[in-house]
Ligand binder design. Structure first.
Ligand SMILES: NC(=O)c1ccc[n+]([C@@H]2O[C@H](COP(=O)([O-])OP(=O)(O)OC[C@H]3O[C@@H](n4cnc5c(N)ncnc54)[C@H](O)[C@@H]3O)[C@@H](O)[C@H]2O)c1
Length: 341
């Protein structure tokens, strides 16, 4: 085994805590050498938990002791911080969404390609065994012809300060769909391929702290005529659906319950059966393992910059069409070309 990859974490707020478990069990392969947050106590807390050597309040002060960084910052900072890290020769695991505009995303992608650095986006659901199993069953024909995939995400998200970056369009990059729905738009593309058209409608009724929508409804039509749907809200505490994927096929239906860690299959013959179980939760450790493999071997990440940009392009197009009151033309988007490359 070679020298352990030295990791720096930039941003030690809410989501960074969900990443902490991801660092266990990689002794000899990686170590967290430095952590950064503009709020010193947050950096010091993370340093103590992770046994890092250095806690700093300016990320430029950790660049000399890291090979790679995990960026867990407000969205409007992803571009500037990511660019400086890539230009300093660091591999980057960027929390989603990659950045707030197409140009910013392309800057990051091109900087990574120029410097031959890994740029991976934290679309953590793609590393979730329940999601992987769902995709396998969609693709291997077990469900017959799949004609609809519906995704529900219900959560209550309100940052402690009213003027938080997470409430404002300019800093968040949009509303619920852009910030959280991007995970699930990415999954719809991964499951169903190339989209043709889409519509979005949202509201901040029930989430008045949100400048953009706090509740989002997205409908997409795909080239094979299958439909994708996503409902996401930041204004509820969660019904039985919570985080669910429902797949309707001509032979069978799937009910993937991410919160319970279970997949149920329903057929005419047998009714509902539990067919798969896996650990519920965020699977940040599997995501980290993939990142380490990519850094170690130079392999292209499953969720690299270019593939993650596809979901953001869908979102920008449906937002634009929503403002004009028209249906968005999504032709030309999809993940196939990216995956084949
Ligand atoms: N994958 C998921 O399921 C998931 C869930 C939640 C959040 N996220 C993502 O994680 C990222 C952070 O979100 P969060 O909820 O942790 O936000 P947060 O506001 O809780 O944390 C952000 C942290 O960054 C720090 N910070 C701000 N400016 C900084 C700077 N210039 N230098 C260093 N530190 C700075 C803040 O002090 C704060 O501690 C976002 O990209 C978000 O979309 C992902």
């Amino acid at each position: 085994m070679g020298t352990p990859i030295r990791i720096g974490i930039i941003g030690c707020g809410g989501m960074e805590k969900a990443h902490e478990a991801a660092f266990e069990g990689f002794e000899g392969r990686m170590q967290v050498t430095a952590v950064c947050d503009i709020v010193r106590e947050r950096a010091e807390r993370a340093k103590a938990v992770l046994g890092a050597q250095r806690a700093v309040t300016d990320f430029r002060e950790l660049l000399d002791v890291v090979d790679a960084v995990l960026i867990v910052l407000p969205h409007h900072l992803h571009h500037s911080v990511g660019m400086m890290c890539l230009e300093a020769g660091k591999h980057v695991l960027m929390e989603k969404p990659l950045a707030n505009t197409e140009r910013e995303c392309l800057d990051l992608i091109e900087a990574a390609e120029r410097g031959r650095r890994v740029l991976m986006v934290g679309y953590v659901q793609r590393y979730n065994p329940l999601v992987l199993k769902t995709r396998e069953l969609i693709q291997n024909g077990a469900l017959g012809e799949v004609f609809q995939v519906s995704i529900w995400t219900e959560q209550f998200t309100r940052f402690s300060e009213d003027k938080s970056w997470g409430h404002r369009k300019e800093t968040l990059g949009g509303g619920q769909l852009f910030s959280h729905g991007c995970h699930y738009v990415d999954l719809l593309l991964w499951f169903l391929g190339r989209p043709v058209s889409g519509t979005h409608d949202g509201t901040n009724l029930g989430t008045p702290w949100m400048e953009g929508e706090g509740t989002s409804n997205l409908v997409m039509r795909f080239e094979n005529r299958a439909m994708g749907y996503h409902f996401g809200t930041w204004g509820a505490r969660g019904s039985r659906l919570q985080y669910s994927l429902h797949v309707h096929g001509t032979r069978a239906m799937l009910d993937t319950r991410l919160k319970e860690g279970k997949i149920f299959l329903t057929t005419w013959e047998k009714g509902e059966e539990l067919i798969f179980e896996a650990e519920p939760g965020k699977h940040t450790r599997r995501q980290m393992e993939h990142f380490l493999i990519c850094v170690e071997t130079g392999r292209k990440p499953l969720t690299d910059g270019r593939s993650s940009l596809q979901s953001l392009r869908v979102i920008w197009k449906v937002y634009e069409a929503e403002a004009k009151g028209v249906v968005a033309d999504l032709r030309g988007l999809g993940l196939e070309d990216v995956e084949a490359s």
